[in-house]
Design a protein around this ligand. Structure first.
Ligand SMILES: Nc1ncnc2c1ncn2[C@@H]1O[C@H](COP(=O)(O)OP(=O)(O)OP(=O)(O)O)[C@@H](O)[C@H]1O
Ligand SMILES: [Mg+2]
Length: 358
């Protein structure tokens, strides 16, 4: 039995129980999409919880998650349906003797051929369809959550195919006819913004840009997803990620990478690295947070104080980049650029996260 939600706040609470932490506005938008029965298009950078939202929504509503993972070259056969030729062949073989007897009655091949052409062997019916995700969502008697993931990876022709489903909740198969949805799916589409989606597709969806979370929400996410991480460690790693995201990196750290780094920090702290300096620990954490060596170089320059101010790309300096110039006297000092003053800092204290010992 599928569960419905009467308010955004109720939905937000249910998501939280699944360890999905949404802010108020996002929860209201998701709730509206479910009530209005409109597809929800989520755009935003990698790893901000777009796919996870669909999974969590399915879990809290008690609906099956039907997922269509998009990629370049995705076609109808993978997205919609395919005729099951093997099954059709088997069916014809089983009818063969019967058909053979009937065909034998005709004197000419032309008449036999005409007779066969007029027959309906039932080969093009629902029974012989191999159902793919889009059709599965439409045919399901129980309402599902349909996730069309990374829709920007497909060609525009694929978007055209989606339009009928999104607008009419139906699919037309030329040989059979139109299948109208047997239950109303909740549809979530995600995009990484790698190309502009067609206006026609956007028009049919509620559109929401999911960005990086506030520090407060990200701390909550980290401790919800990695229960072994203590709040202080979570706060420090989140702060490190926040500073990194202000740099013009090739790839900013995603939430999942921040969770990994927080886990790593906890393990390092528990292992008691002894004399390992805090900046060394920070460098180790960069391996979880950054995926390009040029980004690592940039981050290190930033922490060494060689990049005092970074442009946001919008022509304005980023205020956060100046954090490095503040005195390193808070619990997050370890992750802030201390201009090579780390050699006199103590290593991680066992079990205490990554707090500065000063
Ligand atoms: N709001 C959130 N609450 C709890 N966990 C979250 C949240 N957002 C992200 N996460 C964590 O981050 C991970 C990555 O999220 P997800 O796979 O949904 O990202 P995405 O936006 O779909 O990224 P991509 O565009 O790369 O597919 C999740 O598995 C989850 O652990
Ligand atoms: Mg995803």
């Amino acid at each position: 039995m599928s569960r419905a939600f009467s308010t955004g706040a109720e939905l937000k609470e249910a998501l939280r129980e699944q360890d999905y932490i949404a802010d108020d506005e996002f929860a209201v938008v998701v709730h509206l999409a479910t009530v209005l029965g409109r597809p929800l298009l989520l755009e935003g950078p990698a790893g901000v919880g777009k796919t996870e939202l669909a999974k969590s929504l399915a879990a809290i509503a008690g609906r099956k998650l039907v997922r269509l993972q998009c990629y370049e070259g995705l076609d109808d056969n993978r997205a919609l349906y395919e005729w099951d030729y093997a099954k059709q062949l088997l069916h014809v073989q089983m009818l063969r003797d019967r058909i053979g007897d009937q065909v034998a009655e005709f004197d000419s091949v032309a008449d036999a051929s005409k007779f066969l052409a007029d027959q309906d062997f039932g080969l093009y019916s629902e029974n012989f369809l191999s159902v793919r995700p889009l059709l599965e969502a439409i045919l399901s008697p129980e309402p599902v959550v349909l996730l069309v993931d990374e829709v920007d990876r497909t060609e525009e022709s694929m978007e055209a195919l989606l339009l009928e489903i999104l607008a009419e909740q139906q699919i037309t198969i030329p040989e059979v006819g139109t299948f109208v949805a047997r239950s109303q799916p909740w549809v979530i589409l995600t995009s990484n913004d790698t190309r502009e989606l067609s206006p026609a597709l956007k028009r049919r969806c509620l559109h929401y840009h999911l960005g990086y979370p506030t520090s407060e929400r990200e701390r909550e996410i980290v401790t919800a997803r990695a229960t072994e991480v203590d709040p202080a460690t979570a706060a420090e790693v989140v702060e490190l990620a926040r500073i990194l995201r202000d740099l013009p990196l090739r790839k900013s750290p995603s939430i999942s990478e921040v969770i990994d780094a927080a886990r790593a920090a906890t393990i390092l702290a528990a292992g008691g690295l002894g004399t390992t300096s805090e900046s060394k620990v920070r460098d180790i954490l960069l391996t979880a947070l950054l995926k390009y060596s040029s980004d690592v170089t940039l981050a290190k320059q930033r922490f060494d104080g060689k990049i005092p101010e970074v442009s946001s790309g919008r022509g304005e300096p980023i205020e956060r980049a100046t954090v490095a110039s503040k005195p390193a006297n808070t619990t997050t000092a370890v992750f802030r650029g201390t201009g090579g003053r780390d050699s006199d800092q103590q290593g991680i204290r066992s079990g205490s996260g990554l707090r500065s010992t000063r």
